[in-house]
Design a protein around this ligand. Structure first.
Ligand code: APR
Ligand code: PHB
Length: 391
């Protein structure tokens, strides 16, 4: 006999876990199928800036206690241009702020809550295969400990990230893909050292973009724009710190505290959207449907807004209410996704060095940065997007 559940969720990243928790609170049962182990999922280092809307959803899921204790509330960011720092004051411009709290910690809190609720997750599930979602009885097949298994369900939520099986199971002819690859990557370094400044610094520099971020008052995350083909092995810690110092303003360079890296990795930069986000009884959410470059830290926040729309729609349906939410899910989610795609693309274009931008392009970039820090209207547009558009 196959197992049964209301919603089979593929992927135990923030999207799948948040959806599972919101549905659990509404009395809807779910099974999560995750390809990797719990430890592997918790070992991934990702961005760490939460919009207020995301914070609200994590609270709604009942998982916000540690985030409120340990998260850092930031009322602005700094832009470093031609060696001078300019503050964008979110609080003054929008009345809002953001929460700095690592995605790894969000994932851990959601996993702990799911475990405490006794909701099932199958880790190390192999060959996960969604099927039958065009009809009324979807089934997800998988292998666990060498045994073939299947789960019959009413709906499948594809929360399995960019490389997941959910989007890949959809016939190519049913998908429209929009994509842009950027000609550089981000080399990231995590270290147990105090942050160089109380707020994040986004650096535009002739040697390339840099970002000073943090996880806590004693743990920092730094990034350098690097060649797309660059290898981590070519970047011993000392070389990283030297290059970062060269891109920082004098004051930051003088105050930078360095130390051994805990983690170092290179991420490519990509914009990607797959439309639509619904195929019969299969719904895509988060990175499974779209990717943004990390400039502006929208990835996790977009996953959260997808999940908000999807949870609301599934809850309405399961309570015998309307199917309007399910029918409009894709259009509602995509409307917000494209605004975040635009913002992330814009922040990326504004702050990075592009190999094919000649002197004209560079002057235009500097003019736009000058305009941004000199005009309240322009700064407000940045701030409004950074703190998160409503959903
Ligand atoms: N079967 C089961 N699980 C899978 C499969 C598969 N075939 N393929 C991938 N997964 C799992 C991955 O191991 C991962 O744990 O799905 C999960 C997807 O999680 P994320 O990649 O974190 O994606 P998402 O939950 O949408 O979160 C979006 O997290 O990845 C960042 O940049 C992203 O910040 C954004 C946010
Ligand atoms: C991070 O802390 O990892 C981070 C912060 C802001 C970004 C991207 C990444 O825009």
């Amino acid at each position: 006999m196959p197992e049964r559940t209301h919603v089979a969720i593929i992927g135990s990243g923030p999207a799948g876990l948040l959806l599972g928790q919101l549905l659990h609170k509404a009395g809807i049962d779910t099974v999560i199928l995750e390809r990797h182990s719990r430890e592997h999922v918790l070992g991934r280092i990702r961005a760490g800036v939460l919009e207020q809307g995301t914070v609200g959803l994590i609270d709604e899921a009942g998982c916000g206690a540690r985030m409120h204790r340990e998260g850092l509330i930031h009322h602005g960011i700094e832009l470093s241009i031609r060696g001078a720092r300019h503050r964008i004051d979110f609080q003054a411009l929008t009345g809002k702020s953001v929460m700095v709290y690592g995605q790894t910690e969000v994932t851990r809190d959601l996993m702990d809550a799911r475990q405490a609720a006794g909701a099932p997750t199958v880790f190390e599930a192999q060959n996960v295969t969604p099927s039958g979602y065009d009809g009324a009885r979807p089934v997800v097949r998988y292998t666990a400990n060498g045994m073939a298994k299947e789960i019959a369900c009413d709906f499948i939520a594809g929360c399995d990230g960019f490389h997941g099986v959910s989007r890949q199971s959809v016939p190519e002819s049913a998908l429209t893909i929009f994509e842009r690859l950027y000609p550089f990557g981000w080399l990231g370094l995590l270290a147990e050292v105090p942050p160089v400044a109380p707020e994040l610094i986004y650096v535009n520099h002739e040697r390339g973009f840099a970002l000073c971020s943090m996880r806590t008052h004693s743990r920092s995350r730094y990034y350098l724009q690097c060649d797309a083909s660059e290898q981590v092995e070519n970047w011993p810690d000392d070389k990283f710190w030297d290059e970062l110092r060269r891109r920082l303003d004098q004051d930051a360079a003088a105050h930078l505290v360095t130390g051994p890296s805990i983690e170092k990795s290179i991420a490519p930069l990509r914009s990607f959207v797959a439309e639509p986000m619904r195929f019969g009884r299969l719904f895509l959410a988060g990175d499974a449907a779209h990717i943004v470059p990390p400039t502006g830290a929208k990835g996790l926040n977009l996953a959260a807004s997808d999940v908000h729309y999807l949870a609301e729609a599934l809850i309405d349906h399961c309570r015998g209410g309307s199917d309007q939410g399910l029918d409009h899910y894709s259009a509602r989610a995509l409307a917000r996704v494209w605004k975040a795609e635009r913002f992330s693309w814009w922040m990326t274009s504004l702050l990075h060095r592009f190999p094919d931008t000649g002197p004209f392009g560079q002057r235009i970039q500097l003019a736009e940065l000058d305009y941004l820090v000199g005009s309240e209207a322009a700064a407000t547009a940045l701030a409004e997007n950074y703190v998160g558009l409503p959903f």
